[in-house]
Design a protein around this ligand. Structure first.
Ligand SMILES: Nc1ncnc2c1ncn2[C@@H]1O[C@H](COP(=O)(O)OP(=O)(O)OP(=O)(O)O)[C@@H](O)[C@H]1O
Ligand SMILES: [Mg+2]
Length: 508
């Protein structure tokens, strides 16, 4: 009769239960793996054999058949090493079969029998809790991810021999504990940014409403500096958000050893040469930068340098807050609920509209550049701000500047107002409002509506651009702590329109 060990595979950011069945038959020794195993799993048998021998145990000299069920789940990676080894040992009578009941095991084996960490420990631990397992055995270095999951008994093991001893009731395995990601030694604070009142305000509004933001300005004006401070303006992640973000990083195998939970909002800044698979996630199922930025910020510096095709593919996932990756065995959905911040120079030389330096770009060059800038992503961007070169007076002024924590307090209050307003709905910030929703949420005063209408006529705005102004105005009113959008909110929101900033040549 076959022995069964519970294991798990990862699909997207979810764990899927897999049963490892091992059967021994008195025939010529041979090992066969069936049940849609990828090549890494087929190689597993070689590692398992060496690990068992290195642990001072015997590998059965019989025909070993390993079945990974259900057959329609794709099994990839090295996480099946440990459950396969335990299955073989249980079938050979080295560990009692009963001891494996209710136990889920995950881990890669080295040839010496040591356990190595595997990607996706957190989603597998969530699966284990859902299945109500008695114990989940994880390699020591990633056991912390499992320990994050409440009400789950996670045991950290260093070697196969330790696990065998524990199953035989001889030794103990350590209960896993987790540490949160240590704060990086230097996190930029908004207080470092001198001057730039308008850009700071745009950052605050973007953070408060979850709006995508574009910064346009000359080289060295501080765009990168400003953008990199955005994640620090957002409210701290809730435990649920932290779990969701950590899940993605866990699947990508990016969590530092022993770290169980990411508590800082991610800030991802991919280089402009990134491929679509790198940005959105690829067939190998590694999450892309977009998903790694879940609940945080995706920063596209030098936006016009990104390939148009890559940006084009970002549009729909940004809106739907999830990305669907098609592959031969069906589609996988990954989370993508991040804020987008992009930065760009106003023209190829960077000095168009600069108060002191002349722009050296020709007309045709400028035209091409503007087309790239106003390309696929612009209509996903609610706020755009011109970052002027910082004035020397500001740069050397010793006046006290607001810190990220002070701005974050206002942002958090504004977010709370939105959570309250959208309770029971499928949205949680102003950026997610659609046209009708935004008119209802705005509760605009008659004077505000008149101004919006005037602005629309004067600037020849589309209905969508109009909605966008109203959305941003709603956020500004939330920062002010008022229920109705008024005149001044519309006026300020209209000044941050992206299309104007890109179109108006003189303005740049
Ligand atoms: N407002 C500012 N306050 C303090 N320092 C600033 C400010 N603006 C720029 N700097 C300094 O200038 C450096 C360059 O700024 P940053 O890299 O953000 O410019 P940029 O606009 O991104 O330029 P580029 O277009 O070349 O990428 C910063 O690291 C910082 O030291
Ligand atoms: Mg820069």
């Amino acid at each position: 009769m076959a022995t069964t060990v519970m294991a798990g595979a990862v699909e997207g950011v979810d764990g899927v239960e897999v049963q490892v069945e091992v059967d021994l038959v008195r025939r010529l020794p041979r090992v066969t793996v069936v049940g849609l195993p990828a090549s890494a799993v087929k190689e597993s048998t070689e590692r398992v054999r060496s690990a068992i021998l290195a642990s001072g145990l015997d590998f059965p000299k019989q025909r070993v058949t390993i079945n990974l069920a259900p057959a329609d789940v794709r099994k990839d990676g090295t996480a099946f090493d440990l459950p396969i080894a335990l299955g073989v040992l249980a079938a050979a009578g080295v560990v009692p079969e009963a001891s494996l009941e209710g136990v889920m095991a995950v881990g890669e084996l080295s040839l010496t029998g040591a356990l190595r960490d595997v990607p996706g420990a957190l989603p597998l631990a969530l699966l284990a809790r859902q299945r109500g397992v008695k114990a989940l055995i994880l390699p020591q270095s990633c056991a912390g991810q499992g320990a994050v999951v409440p009400e789950l008994n996670v045991l950290a093991a260093a070697t196969l021999a330790d696990v065998v001893e524990w199953l035989n009731g001889k030794g103990a395995l350590k209960k896993a504990s987790f540490v949160a990601e240590p704060r990086p030694p230097f996190v930029g604070d908004l207080a470092d940014v001198r001057g730039q009142a308008l850009a700071r305000r745009a950052l605050e509004i973007a953070a408060a409403g979850g709006h995508n933001l574009l910064l346009i300005g000359a080289p060295g004006s501080g765009k990168t500096m400003l953008a990199s401070r955005l994640a620090g303006l957002l409210p701290p992640m809730t435990f649920e958000e932290a779990i969701e973000t950590t899940r993605v990083h866990s699947v990508a195998g990016l969590l530092p050893a022993n770290v169980g939970l990411l508590e800082q909002r991610p800030f991802r800044a991919p280089h402009h040469s990134i491929s679509p698979a790198g940005l959105l996630g690829g067939a190998s199922l590694r999450p892309g930068e977009l998903s790694l930025a879940h609940h945080g910020v995706l920063f596209l510096d030098e936006l016009p340098e990104f390939s148009r095709g890559t940006l084009e593919q970002l549009r729909s996932p940004l809106e739907r807050r999830e990305v669907v990756i098609a592959r031969s065995a069906g589609a996988v959905t990954l989370p993508a609920g991040c804020m987008l911040v992009a930065a760009a120079n106003p023209c190829p030389c960077g000095f168009l509209g600069h108060p002191l330096k002349p722009c050296r770009c020709g007309d045709a060059m400028l035209q091409r550049y503007r087309q790239r800038l106003s390309g696929p992503l612009l209509d996903r961007i609610d706020l755009c701000v011109r970052v002027e070169p910082v004035e020397s007076e500001d740069l050397f002024s010793e006046r006290r500047r607001e810190t990220s924590a002070e701005v974050r307090a206002r942002v958090t209050a504004a977010r709370r107002a939105q959570t309250e307003r959208y309770k029971g709905l499928a949205l949680h910030n102003n950026a997610m409002l659609d046209g009708p929703g935004c008119r209802e949420a705005a509760q605009a005063t008659p004077a505000a509506l008149r101004l919006l209408r005037d602005t629309m006529e004067r600037l020849n705005l589309s209905a969508r651009a109009c909605d966008r102004v109203l959305k941003v105005a709603r956020t500004i009113a939330d920062l002010d702590g008022v229920a109705r959008v008024d005149l001044e909110h519309i006026a300020e929101a209209a000044a941050f329109r992206a299309q104007d900033s890109v179109d108006a040549r003189e303005g740049l």
